[in-house]
Design a protein around this ligand. Structure first.
Ligand SMILES: [Fe+2]
Length: 165
């Protein structure tokens, strides 16, 4: 087990959902909403698990603090786009415009992680251990029925705190 392979596998899976939704085009398909919900769950869980294991482990070792900060900010952008899409009417212009933005941000973010973060993580961290805790964290999140709502609530909360600061 290796953190690089695990994360790349999840990235490929998520990209496939994005391309599947994109392939629906503007056709008013009943598949759009359920596919988007699957994509949203996968993305939120992978992000949360990465933050709790990989990012935290790198920060704890004071490695690549700037890169991790940047990736965390990108995760926030991705979360707010997911939220905007969820709120908007499926097949509205707003939905499609935000989906195009989401695709762009997710692909850039994954690319940055794969090119910059993962090679460094492989050198600096016990990758098997991190891979194990990444998997455990994901499993725990999937087992929490209200996980996605909790992640969204946490996000709202931290945003409110930041704005108040
Ligand atoms: Fe990520």
């Amino acid at each position: 087990m290796d953190i690089k392979n695990n994360i790349q596998y999840d990235h490929e899976k998520i990209k496939k959902y994005i391309f599947d939704i994109e392939a629906l085009g503007r056709s008013d398909s009943a598949l759009r909403k359920p596919l988007f919900n699957v994509l949203r769950n996968e993305l939120l869980i992978v992000q949360k698990a990465e933050e709790a294991t990989l990012y935290d482990a790198l920060e704890a070792r004071q490695r690549d603090g700037k890169l991790v900060d940047k990736l965390e900010t990108e995760n926030e952008t991705i979360r707010s786009l997911l939220k905007a899409i969820k709120k908007s009417e499926p097949n509205s212009d707003e939905w499609h415009d935000n989906f195009v933005k989401l695709k762009h941000h997710v692909i850039n973010h994954f690319d940055k992680e794969e090119r910059k973060l993962l090679p460094k993580a492989e050198k600096a961290l016990p990758t098997e251990e991190v891979a194990q805790s990444f998997d455990d964290k994901k499993r725990a999140l999937w087992n929490t029925k209200t996980m996605v709502e909790e992640v969204s609530a946490c996000e709202d909360f931290s945003k409110t705190v930041r704005q108040a600061a």
